[in-house]
Design a protein around this ligand. Structure first.
Ligand SMILES: NC(=O)c1ccc[n+]([C@@H]2O[C@H](COP(=O)([O-])OP(=O)(O)OC[C@H]3O[C@@H](n4cnc5c(N)ncnc54)[C@H](OP(=O)(O)O)[C@@H]3O)[C@@H](O)[C@H]2O)c1
Length: 306
């Protein structure tokens, strides 16, 4: 039986991510049309079989699926301005990191030009495109996501964050926020080890192993935060308060700044002062969201957004 022809794909923007993405589609046998503001960057991809469009309008006109791994919202609007009329009946996938409201604005702009829209957030590096190490988040109409899912998964495993076009950007920041805290903690610990005369490189495999184990702890924290039931947690406020305090003191004794952990220490101190020392570590969640509306106070429109 002959294979079904692969979906033609247009890639607007051949920076680090765009080049990796276009290459992944070429490797997977898709017809690929590319456009980049700096046209010379298309050369190596053309040598591998991509078609270089003379302008963004011609690139958009080449197929039903238009991917835009450009720098930011302004780059997307600038690149697509001369191609707006060609968008009708096609689907635009914005892969530039944007604020959620910018993603909603791009979705409205695409709809006004008769185009479908998905917002994408790439939790990957150029070298992890088309590997199982990265993944991409998408938001927008579920049927649009389903229609193109197979083609989108050439780039990375694809997850749908919800119908609000801003949802992928929100979830992207939420995942990055988790990672940044861990990475900043790693750098603090590396500085402590360095200060006591041990190479920070010895820390990397140990911290990586610990992080893999801690990944299994996340569903417990999420369940406790969602339910507000903090009494049965295995890791208490008091226990973690003592550990964070010890870590800051150890660093301080060797001249290492405690800036990374001081905010967490302050939160744990507040919980202990509230008499919540035997609650789960996750009880910090309540302090963090204290200024946000209660779930029951949110409007139906807000509830539709994650
Ligand atoms: N690199 C990563 O590891 C990574 C990982 C995840 C997500 N991201 C996100 O992915 C997006 C692309 O990142 P990248 O690393 O590929 O960026 P990059 O290498 O700096 O490439 C930026 C792309 O945007 C184009 N561009 C910039 N301003 C433009 C304008 N005004 N009009 C038209 N085109 C314009 C550039 O064109 P020229 O070639 O002509 O300059 C280039 O194609 C960003 O939103 C980034 O935050 C990046």
């Amino acid at each position: 039986m002959s294979e079904r022809p692969k979906q033609p794909v247009t890639v607007l923007g051949l920076g680090r991510m765009g080049t990796a993405i276009a290459g992944a589609y070429l490797d997977a046998g898709h017809p690929v049309t590319v456009w980049n503001r700096t046209a010379s960057k298309a050369g190596p991809l053309v040598a591998r079989g991509a078609v270089r469009a003379p302008g963004a309008a011609e690139a958009v006109a080449a197929g039903p699926l238009v991917l835009a791994p450009l720098l930011d919202r302004d780059a997307v609007r600038r690149a697509l301005a001369p191609a707006a009329a060609e968008l009708r009946g096609r689907t635009l996938v914005n892969l530039a990191n944007c604020a959620p409201e910018q993603a909603r604005e791009l979705a409205e702009w695409a709809a006004a030009h008769g185009a479908g829209y998905l917002d994408g957030a790439m939790l990957a590096l150029p070298r992890t495109v088309a590997t199982s190490s990265g993944f991409f988040l998408y938001s927008g109409a579920r049927d649009t996501f389903d229609r193109f899912r197979a083609a989108l998964e050439v780039m990375a495993p694809a997850h749908w964050s919800g119908p609000d076009p801003g949802a992928a950007e929100i979830h992207n920041l939420a995942v990055l926020g988790t990672g940044y805290a861990a990475l900043a903690g790693f750098l603090h610990s590396a500085a402590v080890l360095d200060a006591v005369g041990t190479s920070p490189e010895t820390l990397a495999p140990l911290a990586a192993q610990w992080l893999r184990g801690m990944a299994d702890f996340l569903p417990d924290l999420a369940r406790e935060a969602a339910s507000g039931a903090y009494a049965d947690g295995v890791s208490t406020i008091d226990l973690n308060r003592a550990a964070v305090d010890a870590l800051i003191r150890l660093g301080g004794a060797h001249g290492v700044a405690g800036d990374v952990h001081a905010p967490l220490k302050a939160l744990l101190d507040r919980r202990a002062a509230d008499g919540r020392g035997q609650d789960s570590f996750s009880a910090v969640f309540e302090l963090l969201r204290a200024g946000a509306p209660r779930r029951t106070e949110r409007t139906a429109g807000e509830r539709a957004r994650p």
